[in-house]
Write a protein that binds this ligand. Structure first.
Ligand code: PLP
Length: 377
């Protein structure tokens, strides 16, 4: 048996996948500078050098969350946001309402049920946004309501709820309920001013609008939510917000964190700050408008109620007379363009174009030129 010397490169190693025009609504492409940061040497995560990164990343996240509250980065994906927003702020059998307009709203409700909360689900048809007046009416009838959860940008249907109108309606109807917003696929691309809107829990995932690979879930809680967490009785350890905040106040994370992802997020956020928050938001608005216009020019039908169209993802019915899955397979294999399919009941019905994070109109034009070519076949 030969002994492998890890410092030599004599073995045949797995190879990188082929680069594509990658139009998934997460994970999303990463800029070369961010990719390169993933190869930087390891650093002690309890060192003054890491404290500098932590402080810089936190400050830049606060800027995009539009909050004075500290923003925590947990190792995990967007789904961890559901768990953190539940486990830290509620007690068993607490009553909450979950507003769902699609697959991710459904999953948020499932997460709340899994923790033994008493969940009232308020559903709206897929493709529609939540109606704030209906929500207000329904939640005002629920006794002892402790929290109201909703998805800002429903990635499965490409509908963006009116986060300002919903938060306002909820606060007016049930002032004591904590408002938790899943902004996994919108934050960093679309304005969600946490403090101004009175949002209590707000979270996102690194692989969406943040030009960073999957693996970090960024989370902020209001002062009122942190106060509630002191008496909340659901068990938590790894996802404990107060433990993480305490460690962070000393400049360190509470446990070993994915150091390389932090390097990458730090670089990505620095790039986003250089571009400018308002410019980032405007670029996403332009990309959303471009995709919607281009798809319609091609004769394709959009899935979402266009009054609430998302600027980070667009759900499009498959071309008439073509099998959506075969169509997407051809685009991938022949044109190197990768779109997402539909989820749950939309599987085989729609396809989704992601336009969040590291993307430009040129990338989208190239992708839709390929769609145009294949539609003509
Ligand atoms: C709105 C929304 N919430 C939650 C999630 C779950 O995130 P993850 O798959 O990163 O766990 C996603 C993922 O696409 C999402 O789009």
């Amino acid at each position: 048996m030969t002994t492998l010397d890890p410092k030599t490169n004599a073995v045949s190693l797995p190879q990188a996948p082929q680069a594509t025009n990658f139009r998934l609504p997460g994970p999303t492409p990463v800029p070369p500078q961010v990719a390169a940061a993933g190869a930087w040497p390891m650093m002690n995560h309890r060192s003054p050098e890491f404290t500098q990164i932590l402080r810089r990343v936190t400050g830049n996240l606060q800027h995009f969350f539009q909050t004075e509250q500290p923003v925590l980065c947990f190792p995990g994906s967007g789904s961890a946001g559901w768990e953190v927003s539940i486990a830290n702020f509620f007690s068993p059998a607490d009553t909450v309402a979950v507003i769902s307009i699609g697959n991710f709203g459904d999953r948020y409700a499932l997460a709340a049920q899994s923790f033994g909360l008493n969940v009232t689900k308020i559903d709206f048809p897929w493709g529609q946004a939540a109606d704030p007046a209906v929500v207000a009416e329904k939640i005002s009838q629920i006794a002892n309501l402790r929290g109201v959860f909703f998805t800002h940008n429903e990635t499965s249907t490409s509908v963006a709820n009116d986060v300002a109108a919903l938060s306002k309606a909820i606060a007016a109807a049930v002032p004591d309920a904590l408002i938790s917003v899943d902004a996994v696929s919108s934050l960093g691309c679309v304005s969600v001013p946490m403090d101004e809107l009175g949002i209590d829990m707000l979270f996102t995932g690194s692989q969406k609008g943040w030009m960073t690979p999957p693996g970090l879930m960024m989370f902020a809680a209001s002062k009122r939510a942190l106060e509630a967490s002191k008496s909340a009785k659901l068990p938590r350890f790894y996802w404990d917000v107060n433990r993480a905040l305490d460690a962070m106040s000393h400049g360190y994370p509470p446990y070993t964190i994915p150091v390389s992802l932090w390097y990458q997020l730090d670089v990505a956020l620095t790039m986003m700050r250089a571009e400018g928050r308002e410019h980032v938001f405007a670029r996403h608005a332009e990309m959303g408008a471009y995709v919607r216009r281009r798809a319609q020019e091609l004769g394709l039908k959009l899935f979402a109620d266009q009054r609430f169209a998302s600027n980070t993802v667009t759900a499009i019915y498959g071309p008439e007379g073509k099998d959506v899955k075969t169509f997407l397979k051809t685009l991938k294999e022949q044109d190197n363009v990768v779109f997402a399919g539909g989820q749950a009941k939309l599987d085989g019905v729609i396809f989704r174009a992601g336009h969040m994070g590291y993307a430009t109109i040129d990338d989208l034009a190239e992708a839709f030129n390929a769609v145009e070519r294949r539609m003509g076949e």
